[in-house]
Design a binder for this molecule. Structure first.
Ligand code: SAH
Ligand code: SF4
Length: 391
């Protein structure tokens, strides 16, 4: 069963539109080199040119070839003819009372995804999306109710990081002293979509985020959250090397089958086996178990005790997420007392059990609340029609 091929009905837009210029954003170094050569850059120079262009794009945030002054004027003009440096377009931006920012960005084909920035003391986390909607249908997740799906390209994924740096005004200025305190210091792949169903694009984008001559985020500051796509877990360690979070959410297959339906394919036992094998650089690199607190569904003391038993032997921390409600959601949030009692059992068993503070709820930016605005609008129109007896 675990070896069954993964098939899903998603579409990835090719990086190059038939006759248009090639977008350099999202290309690996090797792919950028090939693209430059294909468009006339002499092979001998290609590697050096990639290095130069790469730094302009990812270190300084430059989008205009004319600014790349260490390239000859003629070469810059040539580049401008054949290539573009494009990132997703911001459609709207909302800022929460607590400082959380949420952007709606438009990608090719008119699709839209959401990106969330969560400022914290001395750091800040950007939550990015990997797909438009999600093919999985976790019953507590708003994104899961959105049917429309396409995989984001690597350019659209790293483009979200670049867009946020634009908005936070955080590109360094050449010659200025290095500022070590970054507003955008961490990335979590916890927005819309299942990142491991879009593996190659997520990998290429995260490689760019980690590249030493660009955005330079340490792999320890990037966390990929998966619902449990078991065959891709080992690849995540080998090919990306970032931190792993798993949407665990239940302690029996019966309950997990309803909350996280991918469990019917790779159940708790198979998932835990893959997590036990997840190679880690250091012991301090623990796997995060995400656990959404749903009133009366998965939040009993017995669940907490079972959870501790299940993960025995895995270096782990358990992140308790108070359920974030959305219109029409079939669950309610566990009480604060219940969450604290649950956390206490886990803590006493020797695991860190932080309770995630919901952020940006007033702008529907909290975990699991993301959904394209167009989709929301469509739903509400359908709702209106139904309410009026027309639907
Ligand atoms: N598809 C990936 C990553 C995106 S979801 C995954 O499922 O892991 C990011 C986290 O938010 C997951 O742990 C998810 O289970 C959780 N989540 C989804 N909906 C939620 C909600 N309504 N309230 C709280 N957490 C939610
Ligand atoms: Fe998809 Fe993750 Fe939501 Fe499940 S929780 S529907 S995998 S985005």
């Amino acid at each position: 069963m675990a070896d069954a091929p993964i098939t899903q009905d998603v579409l990835t837009i090719p990086r190059k539109l038939p006759d248009g210029p090639v977008n350099l954003v999202g290309l690996t170094r090797a792919a950028m080199r090939d693209a430059l050569i294909a468009h006339g850059t002499p092979e001998k120079q290609a590697k050096m040119r990639v290095g130069q262009i790469w730094q302009w794009i990812y270190q300084w945030g430059v989008r205009d070839f004319a600014v790349m002054t260490n390239l000859s004027k003629a070469y810059r003009a040539e580049l401008a003819e054949k290539f573009v440096i494009e990132i997703p377009e911001v459609v709207s931006k909302q800022v929460s009372e607590d400082g959380t920012r949420k952007w709606l960005v438009r990608i090719a084909g008119g699709h839209e995804v959401e990106v969330v920035y969560i400022p914290e003391e001395g750091r800040g986390t950007l939550c990015i999306s990997s797909q438009v909607g999600c093919t999985l249908t976790c019953s507590f997740c708003h994104t899961g109710t959105q049917k429309l799906v396409r995989n984001l390209t690597a350019g659209e994924i790293i483009g979200q990081v670049m867009m946020a740096r634009d908005d936070l005004n955080e590109w360094p200025v050449p010659g200025a002293p290095k500022d070590e305190t970054r507003l955008l210091s961490n990335i979590v792949l916890m927005g819309m979509g299942e990142p491991l169903y879009n593996f190659e694009n997520v990998r290429d984008a995260m490689k760019i985020a980690m590249d030493e001559e660009g955005i330079q985020l340490s792999r320890r500051r990037i966390t990929l959250s998966t619902s449990g796509v078991v065959p891709e877990i080992e690849r995540t360690a080998n090919e990306i090397g970032c931190q792993l979070a798993v949407s665990f959410h239940a302690t029996t297959d019966e309950v997990r089958n309803t909350l996280v339906p991918i469990n019917k394919r790779w159940n708790i036992e198979v998932l835990l086996e893959a997590l036990r094998a997840y190679p880690r650089g250091r012991n301090s690199e623990r796997i995060t178990f995400e656990y959404v607190m749903l009133h009366g569904v998965n939040d009993s003391d017995e669940d907490a005790r079972r959870l501790v038993k299940l993960i025995d032997g895995i270096p782990a921390k358990i992140n308790l997420i108070p359920f974030n409600e959305w219109p029409g959601a079939p669950y309610t949030r566990s009480s604060n007392n219940r969450i604290r009692a649950f956390a206490d059992i886990i803590y006493k068993a020797g695991y860190a059990s932080p309770i995630r503070t919901p952020r940006g709820e007033d702008i529907m930016a909290a975990c699991g609340q993301l959904k394209s605005a167009t989709e929301r609008a469509r739903k509400s129109r359908a709702q209106i029609a139904a309410d009026a007896g027309l639907g």
